[in-house]
Design a protein around this ligand. Structure first.
Ligand SMILES: NC(=O)c1ccc[n+]([C@@H]2O[C@H](COP(=O)([O-])OP(=O)(O)OC[C@H]3O[C@@H](n4cnc5c(N)ncnc54)[C@H](OP(=O)(O)O)[C@@H]3O)[C@@H](O)[C@H]2O)c1
Length: 288
């Protein structure tokens, strides 16, 4: 058996590669930039940009089970559809696709629409499949949020008093591991993955304050202010729109605040909490 992991240098993929190595499973980790390869027991690194169809065969040949993940670059749905076609042609037996909560053809977010489109392609194959549809990752805070916390002690967000069951990406990797090691019971399943409680940013600020010992507060901002911040960071315009569409859903509440019990059901333990995250990543928010 060979498990191939795409997105292996990213947040979930790097954790999944580590877990597969610990489990002693032969693993191929696909990456674009060989400089990111690092020695991990039992893991063979394979260089391929998944948007280059000529590289799909060497990247996927011999794979029994595939973990499919890319970033949010515009057009990722088409790239993933190409991977799905190649995987089926090359005899892959089961694909675990990392998707997103709200994957749908009528979402206001292009990210959710692209995921839905890739999901459709996978569901139409004869391969086994499992869709992981996580909600917002706590690890997102390691970017701009950590920067403003370090510089000003402030979290800025346009979601107002919206409450979100943020999930620790390490739990997503663990769910992916469970499914990849024993796919049959999970074949044809769509798993919504969330943390165990819906929280607002004031609670996130409190958890980070406690873990870091510094005073951190939440400052709500308007959608326009959020747009300016994203643009100032050089975020591509299409991605800015997609991210603000998700933020608008989170601000409105409803489905985006709903907690799912799937992580606990599959892992046999509660999901990691914002306190767990704050403790484990405190250094990123301290600054020195
Ligand atoms: N963040 C959230 O809150 C959230 C919530 C729900 C769903 N999601 C979904 O989660 C996924 C991102 O997961 P993540 O945060 O673990 O990933 P990530 O840290 O953003 O990393 C993306 C990974 O995909 C690789 N990649 C991108 N394009 C590629 C290509 N053309 N060929 C080969 N590899 C490629 C990247 O490789 P390089 O190292 O070469 O860039 C990297 O390993 C997205 O599909 C997103 O929609 C995210």
């Amino acid at each position: 058996m060979l498990i191939t992991v795409t997105g292996s240098t990213g947040t979930i993929g790097s954790e999944l590669v580590r877990l597969l190595s610990d489990a002693g499973v032969p693993t191929r980790a696909v990456l674009r930039d060989v400089r990111k390869a690092r020695p991990v027991p039992g893991v063979v690194w394979a260089q391929a940009d998944l948007s280059d169809e000529r590289l799909l065969e060497p990247a996927l040949a011999g794979t029994t089970r595939l973990f499919l993940l890319t970033g949010n670059e515009p057009g990722f749905g088409e790239i993933q559809r190409g991977v799905v076609r190649a995987a089926e042609a090359l005899g892959v037996r089961h694909v675990v696709k990392l998707s997103a909560l709200g994957a749908s053809d009528h979402s206001n977010s292009s990210i959710a629409r692209e995921h839905w489109w890739a999901e459709q392609a996978l569901q139409q194959t004869a391969m086994g499949w499992t869709l992981l549809r996580p909600h917002a990752f706590m690890q997102n805070w390691l970017g701009e949020v950590a920067e403003t916390v370090r510089a000003e002690g402030v979290i800025y967000s346009p979601i107002g008093d919206g409450r979100v069951p943020f999930i620790d990406a390490r739990d997503i990797a663990e769910v992916a591991l469970r499914v990849l090691l024993d796919p049959e019971p999970h074949a044809g399943k769509k798993y919504v993955l969330t943390g165990g409680e819906a929280v607002g940013y004031a609670e996130v600020a409190a958890a980070l304050s406690e873990a870091t010992g510094k005073e951190i507060r939440y400052q709500p901002i308007t959608m326009e202010e959020a747009r300016e911040r994203l643009e100032a960071r050089g975020t591509p315009p299409e991605l800015v729109d997609a991210m603000l569409a998700i933020a608008a859903y989170q601000r409105a509440g409803g489905p985006t605040s709903t907690v799912s019990d799937t992580v606990e059901r599959l892992l046999g333990r509660p999901p990691r909490t914002i306190r767990d995250f704050a403790r484990d990543y405190a250094q990123a928010f301290k600054g020195t």
